[in-house]
Structures are given as C-alpha cells and as structure tokens.
Write a protein of this length. Structure first.
Length: 542
C-alpha cells in the first residue's frame, strides 16, 4: 500500500521545465546538452538563458570558448535587465579579453575566420565599461560599484569626477567591500576631494587592512613609518608591511627587505633582508635589485662581486643609484675589473637619471681626462649642475677651478665664494681651503683671525688636514693664539686618526725643539710611525 502510494506521487510529479533540465544537465556534467538547451531558450528571447549561455562561451564549457559570442549574449541579457550580465559586461570592457588560450591563432588562419567570423578578442573600452558598470552598480552589484568608483576617480571613459568616485566607493565600502574602503581612504589621503585628510582616511584604511586588503596594510605601514596621521612607530610599521608582504604585495616585499637590512622596526637580519629583496627582485622590482647590491656591498664580509652583479642588473634596467654604485666599483676596481671608461659610462647614465653625486664624479673625470677626453669646459658644466643642486663636492670643485685658474684666470674671490658654499654644505676640505686662504692672505687683506675658526670647523667635519693645521698654529702661535700643550694634544690625536701630516709635524717639532724642548725619543717614535706608514702605503699600492 505504501509503495503503490509513492508510485502514484512520482507519476503525478510535473515534468521539469527546460531551465531545470539545463541546470540538471550541467550538474551531471552533460555540458554540451545543457548548452544546447540554453541556446534554444536564448534564441527564443529568454534573458536568463542568454546569460547562462554567455557564461558557457566565456568559460568554454559545452561550447567552443568564444569571448566575442559571450559578449553578444551578455549584452542580450543585460539589455533585458539582468544585473549580473550588466556587471559582467562592465568587467569585460574594463579589462578587455585576449584570444582564448584554446584558440591556436598560428594554425589555419582561414579556418579561424570561418569559425570566428566576428573575431576572437574583445578590446578594452572604458566608455562601455562605465556604461554597463553604472547600470550594474545602480542595481546593487558591489563589484560594479567599486569598478565604477575607480573609473570616475581615474577619468577612464568618463569625465573625471572624484565626488562620484567617493559616492560609489562609500556605497560599496558600507556593504563591507575592503577594496572600496581602501579606495575611499586613498581619495581622502591623496587630497582628491580637497585638502589631504589622513584623519578621515584612517578609519577606512584600517577597516580595509583588518579585512586583509594588502594595499591598505602597506599604506598603513608607510603611514606609521612616516608618522602621518598616526604616531611614528617603526615596529608597528614593520608589522603591517610584513602582513602585506606575506600577502604578495610587491612593494611591501621590497620595504620589508629594507627594514631587515637597516634594522627598522625589526632586528637587523641579512638573511631575512636577502629573502624578501630577492622575492621582490625576481618579480621585477628594480629598487630591490639595487638594495641587494647595497646588502652585499656592506659589512666586513662584503661580497663585492655579487654586489656588482645586482647593481648591473638594476643599472641595465635604468636605475640611477645602481648605475652610480656600479660606476664607483669600476672606478675603484672593487668586485669588478678596474675600468675608468666603464666608470665614466655609468656615471654619465646616472647623471642623466638626475643622480646628483654623479655630476661631480663625471666632472672630475673630465677635469682629469680619465675615461673621457680631458675637457675643463665640460667638467665645469657638470660641476655647475651639481652646485645648482647644493652638492658640496661639486661646489668645492668649482672653488678649486677658480683658485688655480684651471679654466683660464685665477680668481681667489670667486674661489672663496664657492668654498664658503661648500663649507656650508658640510665639506671639511672647503673649511681647510678657507683657513689656508685666510692664514696666508691670499685674498689680499688680513683675515688671519678667521683662519683658526675655519680650521676648527674643518676638524669638526672630520678633515684631518684642517685639524693638523690648527694644531700647528696653536703650537707656533703664528696667528696670535699660542697654546703649545693643546696644539700637541690635537696633533697627537690627529696623528692617531691617520694623518701623515700630523705624524711628520710631531717628529719635526720634537726633533728641532723650536717650540718645545728637544725630545729625541719622542722624535724617533714619530719618525718610526712615519716610516711604517710609508711601508703600509707601498704594500697597499702593490
């Protein structure tokens, strides 16, 4: 009785609709049969069937993969008001579609035209993307809302409108989309809606970061590093950047490598630095290649050959700092063969990339005729470019040209002017030059009282010759401020720091007894130091 009743109920079950038949066929893996059913329905004007068949053509499921046919069918469904089809058209036109991988373009081009008379690609079309994304966004599709906001923010196929971008980002962000929250944060942080407003951007950025948006995590890390809108906190910065790096954010990988290399927010760790910098470099991050060069060039266990290889990789891709670093290695013959011509070539490349120190290096090569034909006019031109950017060594080089008349006439006043600017830029040798000029009356009037002050400034900047001259002037009292004890202490300290001039001066002072009682033991001590320094220099030159 039970079974006969069940059989009656089965018999009375209504037959499946064509929609249900197509869905069932898809579930059972009978995709060709399902596609045929969807096609009959679509040709009869069924919008949902057109959408389903468009999906099959896009994926190549049960039919030959054909993006152009998929767009035609999506358009049929979209014009009938299918929101998902409108969103899909917005996506396809935003990114475009290349020929399907299943289509062998190189084989039988005539057959290809027969099979795909309308073509096999869908070109990017931002105006179409904006039109369909707007319809889908108004219908509540979150992805379309985010895409439309980006279209307005960037002005792609529409008049740029940051207010509309804000509106659509906010709609999607309020619905919980982390990409929209990040986009909204970028509008506020970038000042596209007025003044830069980090305070307004921060809650959206934090919400996106907490949801796993790697771009927001990277941005938060940068904000904590700079202390913009949040407290400066290197450790917190490193934490956010590490999360972004682990999520595959390329710039975060580079920054995390730099953090480990420099010890920012994390303990210095060369192995971790190398790991993250290599991950970024393999993906084409040029600055990471340069940073790898810096990593291998540093420390007692430096590997300059490896450093040179990394610098070259970045230099050939156009990175100015890498070009400069590679030129330095060639100029010194460290890690690469000594080659002043290669040095000049890479210094020029770096200079053309606006690496300011390269101006002075290139100028010096032209001034000396090393690696290039000697040309004092070209040298001066490069020095002046560096001087215009406030580069101390370039300013100093211009002073040398004027002092010694290398470009024509000697001009002590012009030399003084350049040396003063170089000294202001922190060049200790410029302080030495000024001290010497004031001490010997080069400028034609008595400014000897200033000489001691300039020698002292040079000493503070680490110039051993300035310190030596200051010590000698104190011992001799040549400028009226005699202090033998302090002068000797200064000379001894300077000699200990490696000044050959100070060593020779001490030997002479104790030998001749001009300012102190003769002390032949002390004189022999300093003479022996001088001889040892000569031997060391000879070994180093060999």
């Amino acid at each position: 009785m039970f079974f006969s009743g069940l059989l009656d109920r089965v018999r009375r079950r209504p037959p499946m609709t064509p929609h249900e038949q197509a869905v069932a066929a898809d579930r059972q893996g009978r995709h060709v049969q399902a596609a045929a059913t969807w096609r009959r329905l679509a040709e009869a004007g069924d919008a949902e069937a057109a959408y389903a068949l468009a999906q099959r053509h896009e994926l190549g499921q049960g039919v030959v993969q054909n993006h152009v046919e998929a767009v035609r069918l999506y358009r049929q469904a979209a014009c009938a008001g299918v929101n998902a089809a409108q969103a899909k058209l917005g996506e396809i036109y935003f990114y475009g579609r290349a020929a399907p991988a299943t289509v062998e373009l190189a084989a039988a081009p005539g057959a290809l035209r027969d099979l795909f008379p309308s073509g096999v690609t869908v070109p990017r079309d931002y105006a179409e993307a904006a039109h369909w994304s707007r319809l889908a966004a108004e219908g509540g599709d979150t992805a379309a809302q985010v895409r439309l906001a980006f279209i307005y923010a960037a002005g792609l196929g529409v008049v740029q409108d940051h207010a509309l971008a804000e509106r659509w980002f906010e709609v999607a962000a309020t619905a919980g989309d982390d990409g929209a929250a990040f986009g909204l944060a970028m509008l506020y942080a970038g000042g596209q809606l007025g003044d830069v407003d980090i305070e307004r951007a921060l809650p959206w950025m934090q919400a996106a970061a907490a949801s796993g948006n790697s771009g927001a995590q990277l941005s938060l890390g940068v904000l904590h590093l700079r202390g913009e809108g949040v407290g400066s906190d290197e450790q917190r910065s490193a934490e956010w950047i590490a999360r972004a790096a682990e999520a595959g954010e390329l710039e975060a990988m580079y920054l995390l490598g730099q953090f480990h290399r420099l010890g920012l927010g994390v303990p210095p760790a060369a192995s971790e630095a190398e790991t993250w910098l290599r991950r970024a470099a393999v993906r084409g991050h040029v600055k990471a290649m340069t940073a790898l060069g810096d990593l291998f060039a540093a420390g007692a266990s430096a590997d300059l050959a490896a450093a040179g290889a990394h610098y070259r990789e970045a230099a050939e891709l156009g990175d100015g700092p890498a070009q400069f670093a590679l030129a330095e290695l060639y100029l010194q013959g460290r890690g690469v063969p000594f080659d002043v011509h290669e040095a000049a070539r890479w210094f020029r490349s770096a200079a053309l990339q606006d690496v300011v120190p390269a101006y002075e290096r290139l100028g010096a090569l032209y001034a000396d005729g090393h690696g290039v034909e000697k040309d004092i006019v070209a040298a001066r031109d490069w020095f002046e470019r560096g001087a215009a950017r406030g580069h101390g060594p370039a300013l100093f080089a211009l002073g040398v040209i004027e002092e010694y008349g290398l470009a024509g006439t000697q001009d002590a006043t012009a030399a003084e002017r350049w040396y003063l600017q170089a000294a202001e830029a922190g060049v200790g040798e410029a302080c030495l030059k000024l001290g010497l000029m004031y001490a010997d009356g080069t400028l034609g009037f008595d400014q000897r009282a200033l000489a001691l002050d300039w020698f002292l400034k040079g000493e503070r900047l680490g110039n051993l010759d300035a310190a030596c001259n200051l010590g000698l002037l104190q011992v001799s009292g040549a400028l009226g401020r005699r202090d033998v004890a302090q002068g000797l202490r200064r000379l001894e300290k300077t000699a200990g720091a490696g000044s050959r001039a100070a060593v020779s001066a001490l030997a002479r002072i104790f030998r001749d007894g001009e300012y102190v009682e003769p002390d032949f033991r002390a004189a022999e001590h300093w003479l022996r130091n001088a001889r040892e320094a000569d031997v060391a220099d000879g070994d180093e030159q060999r």
